[in-house]
Ligand binder design. Structure first.
Ligand SMILES: [Mn+2]
Length: 358
């Protein structure tokens, strides 16, 4: 039996702003909603909400994009969209969320409707820099607003221009050894330790994506719960593939500790109180050349966030330049960092994990 996988990167459809955005976003959202078994009324809710978000981007955003995917938490599934733009920002968020009042004619139109329709909604806006809006629609009422084992994890991947498949991927699972995990995956006992992986398959395109898929399969199946041992399993599994840069972290927010081991250009950070602690990787290629592994440990207080990303993002971002961001949902944190630190000449992968606040 494998340790329970809490959540993994899913295929994302990225839609750029053009005249057809609202229509294509609506169509894709409906397709995903039907696929996870949402009822007709919830399919309509997803369609209305994503149309509002897309129309907003079309009218007001500079360099906007809409990401659509199925997101999973254990056995539960949701349709999720993330609308992100570089633009004016929303100067007065509360009135924008109050819908149809003073927000008329600004980027905030329709936000109140999206917030009411969605099971989970979050937003972060930086005046003069940009905004990220996130909305989730869960299948099954009991899954709504439920957190996997006290953890809020959210990541984003985006392939380099011209490619359909992404070589960057991530996964999160319980750090209990197989066979010893509680039947509920740890949900009853609060935030149990978790293992997080960020993988950058070498190059890009189908072969890089294949390396990522092999890494995820091995990550699901490993019996180990410590980063270095997990990396050794990934190394064995990735022989015969292109290889990858991979970081694995063991995050125990309840105990206040993080262990991090990385090979190749994958960044790891612990963010707390506006400060960023770098966790270092060593040079090498998982699947080809394993260096002598090292594990870095850091204290992770209950309000801290673990951030890991591939070299498709610049590592020069700083938490102080994102006021108010790190208390938002992890997917929103990922999207705002991606928006400002992500380049266009490589696959991109970013994952943020933190404990949910009691
Ligand atoms: Mn890369």
């Amino acid at each position: 039996m494998s340790a329970p996988v809490l959540t993994e990167a899913e295929h994302i459809t990225w839609l750029r702003v053009d005249v057809g955005l609202a229509m294509s976003a609506r169509r894709e959202a409906a397709r995903l909603a039907k696929r996870i078994g949402l009822g007709a009324d919830r399919v309509s809710a997803v369609e209305i909400a994503v149309t509002e978000a897309a129309t907003n981007l079309q009218k007001h955003a500079v360099d906007g994009a809409l990401a659509l995917r199925v997101t999973r938490s254990g056995a539960h599934a949701a349709v999720e969209f993330v609308a992100t733009d570089t633009g004016p920002g929303i100067p007065h968020l509360p009135s924008a969320l109050a819908d149809g009042t003073s927000s008329t004619g600004t980027l905030g139109v329709g936000l109140g409707a999206i917030a009411r329709l969605a099971d989970v909604f979050d937003i972060h806006t930086l005046p003069g820099r940009g905004t990220t809006v996130m909305a989730q629609f869960w299948a099954g009422a009991e899954a709504r607003r439920e957190e996997p084992a006290g953890i809020d994890a959210g990541g984003l991947t985006r392939p380099i221009g011209g490619e359909e498949l992404c070589g960057d991927t991530w996964a999160l699972r319980s750090a209990h050894a197989p066979g010893t995990a509680p039947a509920d995956g740890g949900a009853a006992s609060g935030a149990g330790p978790v293992l997080a992986m960020m993988c950058d398959g070498l190059g890009h395109g189908p072969q890089a994506a294949r390396a990522g898929e092999v890494a995820r399969e091995a990550f699901r199946g490993t019996r180990h719960t410590r980063p270095q041992q997990v990396l050794q399993d990934l190394h064995r599994a990735l022989k015969g593939t292109r290889g990858a840069a991979i970081a694995v972290a063991r995050l125990d927010f309840a105990a206040g500790s993080v262990e991090f081991s990385g090979v190749g250009n994958v960044s790891g950070f612990l963010v707390e109180d506006g400060r960023r602690n770098s966790l270092l990787s060593v040079p090498g290629i998982v699947g080809h050349h394993m260096p002598h592994l090292r594990t870095f440990t850091a204290a992770a207080g209950p309000g801290s966030a673990f951030v890991t990303h591939s070299d498709g993002l610049s590592d020069r971002w700083s938490p102080e330049s994102f006021p108010g961001l790190f208390v938002r949902r992890s997917t929103v944190v990922s999207a705002q960092i991606l928006r400002e630190a992500g380049g266009r000449r490589d696959d991109i992968g970013i994952l943020v994990v933190k404990a949910t606040r009691a």
